[in-house]
Design a protein around this ligand. Sequence first.
Ligand SMILES: [Zn+2]
Length: 383
Amino acid sequence: MYYPIKTHSKIIRKLPKAYQGLLTISNDVEGFDFDTFIQFYKKINSTSNCEWGRGLGLELSSSFFFYSETKKNFSYFKEPLAETEKSEYADKILNLIKLGYIDTIHGLGDFSQFGNCSKQMINRIMKEIKINNIKLDIFTNHGNTKNVTNVGFQKYQKGDNEDNPLYIGHLLQELGVKFIWTDKLVDNKNIWRFYDSIKYQLPLKQIFKMKLTDKKEYLSFRRFRNSGKFAPTHSEFYQQLKSINWKKFYQKKSSINIYQHLGYIRQKGKLIKFEKKHFTNEIEKSWNFLSSEVNSGRLLILTQKRFLNYLMMLSQTKIQINKNSIYLETKDKLNNPSNYFQGLSLNKSNVDKIVYLDSELEFEKGEKMVTIPFKKMGGICIK
Ligand SMILES: [Zn+2]
């Protein structure tokens, strides 16, 4: 469920500052209408007053749909058809992608009702990606077996089968997707965690390499589910958080990726769209709990993309030390080192410079450590 963070050297800290644990929430977007989505996201992410009260100043990103067969979800395109126009939310979605509050493509859309996806619809998305230069780091499978453009090793999943007309591998490459989540990559506290891992030979790691059917290699990641028979909604969020042994989590300097459908609550077994009226003490207590952990300085919360990239950066960074100079090394050559090394923190205080190839990186000095700070996210200023 949670995984101790790993680094190559003892000098590289698992976490910056006094943080002892790292958390992210991976939100499958179904259930959200755009207005509720944006107001709720402002409440969680911003620090100022908003329609739902004072912002909590946490970090929370989301996935989105290009198409939706139901009006319950907002989507990029107006209709689930190849000849459709963009929806009234398309430009706002593009803006949220640029700001980093949307970082995940959730399936190719929501096709859980009719399963009516076509090659023309895939081409339409491709065109849109190219026109707007859309980049997304993460793809997550969505919904039931009608979503045949899902990827992975279950029979219905054809999105990564090159011989299938509904192949989407080229589209994932164009988007720049690095991280993939497929359905079996869930952690539960019960025996099924081990059963699935053995049956499908899935490593018990937060992130690991995985080749899809088309032989293309991605990084896969696990999400913490632990909500019993049904997938987790906002109503089960508190229960998920409370099932974590926080003492051990912090002791082991761990990371956890919480699987959620924040756009739904469950009432008497029924799924109900989450709205402002549901944001009562019962739901709010999860957020207040996270907020107090963050304010205590123990817990670092990052958006999904920042979380996955941070852990990958730690797993790939090696250092050489020459007196008071630090030289950073990675396997692949980087275009934007100051972005890449965000959060990197070293147990060494007498440091004059941190260098990657021929560029010097800015860093902050702390007590017995130096840190390349995380860049601040821009405000979520969308109406
Ligand atoms: Zn979904």
